[in-house]
Design a protein around this ligand. Structure first.
Ligand code: GAL
Length: 476
């Protein structure tokens, strides 16, 4: 016991780590113990302060890193959604029931898609709740997934199946997407609801909330029936990246015919982010059918096309040429037999991530998150990233389908998940579901393991009825 008391690091010196055995002077003193504890606490606090406040070498001023934890905490709060579903309606007359027997009761998704249902109006609220960026007040800078979202001219934003480019030169965000502001119709009795090609819209913003319409940067073709962009064809999911070597803005998009049998990708190019884009051509990438797609520009300047192929049963990842206008022959099949579409690819700390949807046309379904150490794969499936809301929200990606994931430069590990809430009864009235996406912690239910390694981080998309970006999101 005496030996222990002697070597206990308590002393009259100011450091609890003092190696000199001065304990013998006041052996067993309570006062010393208290002093040691407080010294230790002080030391820990100092270390903590040191780690949160560091010198930003580039800017030469003090930069507080603690903003990583505090500001995103609100975004990562789990928000439950308790809505009572109205009872399903029986629209069939009794004679039909007698003739054909009872039909399965409509599901929530059937009701959601039926424009005359109460559920439908719950998820497509009218202009009275529209997000109006020119109005100040409490709603300023707040995102409301599913509400009508107006541009700075007061018109609903038309940028469906879209993606965002950050233009370093002008420090501006550009949002490109399908302009679906035309009548919805069915080309054939059993065909998908469609809108003629109008073109690709572009909107610009500095804050990701107030968007200015920059017009149609790639137009549909009204008269030339042989043109890919002839109005009765299909142009979906346009995405734009910037080529640093050629100083060109390059757009890739899904090009199809009315019946989705052409299954190709199209390429267009422009000298300016706001267009006009010149349409170059379409092709079947690597000779394969290609439907939902996206492009991804990596940190090293290489860019890739990621497309659903083999009748949507798998995805292909193909390296683009240096000028981004064509594909190289390098291609890998990934997520084979998984039947995924609507890919949105992003990267964090050297790991590639992807959110995909299942294949159910305009109807919403369950999202999955995937991860890979190389963009060419192998890709592993982590599970459903949706958090909060309620069970049906999580099983339907909050009644929407992925289109893009945007990194927030000042908040490493935080992203905006962008999705479309399609309205196939009136496609122009499809809504945007933007929610915070965070990477962090260990995936709780990885659907696949490679011998348990690597331990992928969890990808979480947090439901919020109303949310805003925290301060500091744009500090690059
Ligand atoms: C979805 C696809 C949409 C659109 C739709 C047509 O599967 O993600 O982009 O093509 O089908 O029904």
């Amino acid at each position: 016991m005496a030996e222990i008391a002697r070597s206990t690091p308590t002393s009259s010196s100011s450091s609890p780590l003092n190696p000199h055995p001065t304990a013998r002077i006041f052996p067993g003193s309570r006062c010393n113990l208290v002093f040691a504890v407080w010294s230790f606490v002080g030391f820990v606090l100092l270390i903590h302060l040191y780690t949160v406040v560091t010198h930003d070498k580039n800017k030469g001023d003090i930069y507080v890193h603690s903003s990583r934890v505090a500001p995103t905490r609100e975004l990562e709060e789990v928000e439950e959604e308790n809505f009572r579903l109205p009872p399903p309606r029986s629209k069939r007359n009794p004679r039909a029931v007698k003739r054909r027997g009872p039909r399965r009761p409509p599901t929530v998704i059937d009701e959601f898609l039926d424009e005359s249902s109460e559920i439908h109006s719950l998820f497509f609220p009218d202009q009275r709740t529209a997000v109006v960026p020119t109005q100040g007040g409490n709603d300023s800078m707040h995102f409301y997934p599913g509400r009508l979202w107006l541009d700075t001219d007061g018109n609903p934003i038309q940028a469906h199946g879209g993606g965002i480019l950050y233009d370093k030169a002008t420090e501006t965000y550009y949002w490109y997407g399908e302009n679906k502001d035309g009548p919805t119709y069915q080309a054939h009795k059993n065909g998908a609801a469609r809108v003629d090609i109008i073109g690709v819209s572009c909107y610009s913003s500095k804050d990701l909330w107030a968007w200015t319409n920059e017009g149609i940067v790639l137009s549909g073709d009204e008269s030339n029936v042989t043109h890919d962009l002839y109005k009765s064809n299909v142009l979906e999911r346009p995405k734009v990246i910037y080529n640093d070597k050629t100083s060109k803005y390059v757009m890739w998009m899904h090009i199809d015919d009315t019946n989705y049998t052409k299954a190709s990708v199209g390429v267009a190019v422009s000298d300016s982010a706001t267009g006009p884009f010149t349409y170059l051509y379409s092709m079947r990438p690597h000779g394969f059918d290609s439907r939902d797609m996206t492009i991804f520009k990596d940190d090293d300047g290489k860019a890739y096309l990621i497309y659903s192929s083999e009748e949507n049963s798998e995805l292909h990842v193909g390296l683009l040429t240096d000028n981004y206008l064509d594909l190289t022959r390098e291609m890998k099949r990934v997520l084979v037999k998984k039947h995924r579409e609507a890919p949105a690819v992003f990267k964090y700390e050297g790991t590639y991530y992807m959110i995909t949807s299942g294949c159910s046309g305009w109807a919403p379904n369950k999202a999955l998150a995937h991860a890979a150490l190389s963009i060419m794969g192998p890709w592993e499936t982590l599970g459903n990233p949706c958090v909060g809301g309620n069970r049906i929200f999580r099983l339907t990606t909050f009644f929407s389908q992925s289109t893009f994931v945007l990194p927030l430069p000042g908040l490493p590990g935080s992203f905006i998940f962008m999705a479309d809430r399609w309205n196939p009864s009136e496609l122009r009235d499809s809504r945007y579901v933007w929610l915070p996406l965070a990477i962090g912690g260990v995936a709780d239910e990885p659907l696949e393991y490679s011998f348990g390694f690597p331990l992928w981080s969890r990808v979480s998309i947090y439901w919020h009825r109303r949310w805003r970006l925290p301060d500091g999101w744009s500090n690059a």
